[in-house]
Design a protein around this ligand. Structure first.
Ligand code: SF4
Ligand code: SF4
Length: 240
């Protein structure tokens, strides 16, 4: 049986997959210019990846990917930090992502952790084929809905690690269940990763696009009204 937070995470992933199924994207297998080392995620999403790799016996493969990572993008604000500042009227500019090196989980154009990939990878798409150096093209309400879902996932993992995917995976390596990784990484590797990441924050409110709520609400309703046992996801997220 999955831990409660992972169960909710899978409900969120499925709700988003159903909601976004109606979009027509240019994304295809082997198109992977977007698969860089700039992905951010929560610890819950990291635990999903670790579980997959432990079950597959791919600990050495992950340790090698982590050792070889480049100058990873390390944001100073989480999505909820950014939303909170915007809702307070602060003039905050989004941080510049800087490391376009390929994600270490990309091999021969395919994601090798596809079923466990974090939400940032699940929502990244484009209506027109993008190439290195060009931006993805997406409707504003899709971006607004994706940001809202990222905020919910961060809220779910509040107080836990939040940061670059590779740093979060490295930081989680010395949990008891991930001990098999420790011997494969240089001493103090996980401690260094911990120093690079920040903590997930509670939801300060959504940054939703006015005038498009009729398109976004079905997604949020599907997430909040889903049930785990007797409780709705909304009541669990509210701590009830
Ligand atoms: S977002 Fe762009 S680079 Fe990524 S799969 Fe879609 S079209 Fe390809
Ligand atoms: S985890 Fe997979 S989908 Fe995400 S950036 Fe890496 S290769 Fe791409």
């Amino acid at each position: 049986m999955l831990p409660l937070k992972e169960e909710i995470l899978h409900i969120i992933y499925e709700s988003f997959a159903k909601w976004s199924a109606g979009f027509s994207f240019a994304c295809t297998k082997n198109c992977a210019a977007c698969c860089t080392q700039n992905v951010t995620m929560t610890a819950i999403e990291g635990e999903v990846i670790h579980r997959l790799l432990r079950e597959d016996g791919r600990e050495a493969w992950l340790a090698q990917g982590l050792r070889e990572k480049g100058a990873t993008f390390r944001p100073r604000m989480t999505t909820n930090d950014f939303a909170g500042a915007c809702l307070q009227g602060e003039d905050i500019q989004p941080e510049q992502v800087g490391n376009m090196s390929p994600c270490p989980f990309l091999e021969e154009g395919c994601c090798r952790i596809y079923e466990a990939r974090p939400f940032a990878c699940r929502c990244f798409a484009s209506e027109q084929r993008c190439f290195s150096g060009t931006s993805a093209l997406l409707p504003e309400y899709y971006l607004s809905a994706s940001t809202a879902v990222m905020q919910i996932i961060e809220h779910l993992g509040q107080g836990e690690y939040w940061g670059n995917m590779l740093d979060v995976l490295a930081a989680l390596c010395d949990l008891p269940e991930n001990k098999s990784y420790a011997a494969l990484l240089p001493p103090s590797f996980t401690n260094q990763a911990r120093m690079q990441i920040i903590k997930a924050k509670p939801l300060p409110g959504f940054l939703l696009l006015d005038g498009k709520m009729e398109k976004i609400s079905p997604l949020l309703d599907a997430i909040f009204t889903s049930k785990v046992g007797e409780k709705t996801v909304e009541s669990i997220l509210n701590g009830r």
